[in-house]
Design a protein around this ligand. Structure first.
Ligand code: NPG
Length: 373
């Protein structure tokens, strides 16, 4: 394909309820939707992608305004200069740009959608997946009280979610997990996510989580603390899962070799794209580690793509792939993602298999940047 242009749509979408993690409380999400136009010979095709960077650099060093700038000033010019490229060569063309994986992932994603739409192929068929649905887990933000937590978890379980992830931080951990375990019983698939809120000095405290038979504890320590995660993993019975730390296949290989993780949360945006995400899946699978697909409050575009990825065979734990309605009353796609019977269905249409609703996109858009040669 040859790149004709990119439109960066900066959106504002209200959340159905505030979402509190150890690093922030979000009441609105500002997704950046990528509309990429490419020529395949005489055919002009539009592909859609989504950048998961947050407004502020509180989850990753990357943040939305920075990602937009990197796409406009460095990523798009390189792809214009590349002449003909494929989705599979985007990462190689962008290799001279250090880091900025969420920005790169968003553009590669839109190029991949365009390429697949041109071929009339679904992302699921491109990946070679055979499952037609995947289990749907839900991430529960830190609640103002234990009573509110029990109500919130109960409502998600009533809806049918297959697994509950509780956000934790110091002061909101042992009592919360105990209350949920006692109230909903041992059968509930339960895990916790600390988003780097602890240090190795908290090891004895964190070990108190072991009695609750959690599926895993996710990223208790800092992004760069691989060795310390390995040490903590030795001191705890709860399986160690990494999220923020795993930014590439190379880091995943180090984490596995060190014993820093026995499970990996794969987020395509965090690792630089869906193709790198598949490589990490392959590496983990070859090493006998389970992986699951993380979420970053994606719109229906990113959510659809994540579902196909999560249908790969190594994704043996339920992902943070809830229905659109978990976060948004209205989505930007014509069909929102719907969770039913604890699963979400793998899209079958060309590309990521969803259509952008032009009216919804226009209603949510704060501004659009047009990038041309
Ligand atoms: O279901 O999309 C979802 C959200 C899942 O908790 C979730 N995401 O730390 O994994 C996380 C967290 C997150 C959201 C992180 C947005 C960064 C941005």
């Amino acid at each position: 394909m040859k790149l004709l242009g990119i439109r960066l749509h900066r959106l504002e979408m209200p959340l159905v309820a505030p979402f509190t993690t150890s690093f922030s409380t979000q009441t609105v999400r500002h997704p950046m939707v990528i509309e990429l136009s490419a020529a395949f010979g005489d055919d002009v095709v539009t592909g859609w992608g989504e950048c998961v960077a947050l407004d502020a650099p509180v989850y990753s060093a990357e943040y939305a305004d920075g990602a937009a700038e990197v796409i406009r000033r460095w990523i798009a010019p390189r792809l214009f200069d590349a002449g003909a490229f494929t989705a599979e060569t985007v990462a190689e063309h962008l290799r001279p740009i250090v880091g900025n994986r969420m920005a790169k992932a968003a553009v590669e994603m839109a190029a991949l959608d365009a390429q697949l739409r041109h071929r009339g192929e679904s992302f699921a068929d491109y990946l070679g997946v055979t499952r037609d649905s995947v289990p749907s887990g839900v991430s529960v933000g830190i609640q103002p009280s234990i009573a509110a937590l029990i109500d919130t978890v109960g409502a998600y379980l009533d809806e049918g979610y297959a697994r509950i992830k509780l956000k934790i931080k110091p002061g909101h951990d042992i009592d919360e997990v105990r209350a949920v375990r006692e109230h909903f019983g041992d059968e509930t698939l339960l895990q916790v996510d600390a988003n780097t809120a602890y240090t190795l000095a908290d090891a004895a405290h964190l070990r108190r989580l072991d009695e609750f038979r959690l599926l895993l504890i996710e990223q208790p320590l800092g992004e760069e603390d691989l060795r310390q995660h390995a040490e903590l993993a030795r001191r705890m019975a709860t399986p160690m899962c990494l999220d923020e730390s795993i930014v590439s296949t190379e880091v995943a290989a180090d984490a596995i070799a060190l014993g820093a993780a026995s499970i990996i949360n794969i987020k395509p945006g965090r690792v630089g794209g869906f193709l790198e995400a598949r490589r990490i899946h392959d590496l983990a699978r070859a090493n006998g580690l389970a992986v699951w697909c993380g979420g970053m409050l994606e719109t229906g575009i990113g959510r659809a793509a994540n579902i196909a990825l999560a249908a790969l065979p190594g994704f043996t734990l339920p992902g943070d792939i809830s229905g659109s309605g978990r976060f948004y009353a209205r989505d930007v796609t014509t069909e929102p993602v719907v969770m039913h019977d604890g699963v979400v269905d793998v899209p079958t249409g060309p590309g990521f298999g969803v259509e952008v609703d032009a009216g919804a996109l226009a209603d949510f858009t704060l501004d659009t940047t047009e990038i041309t040669r």
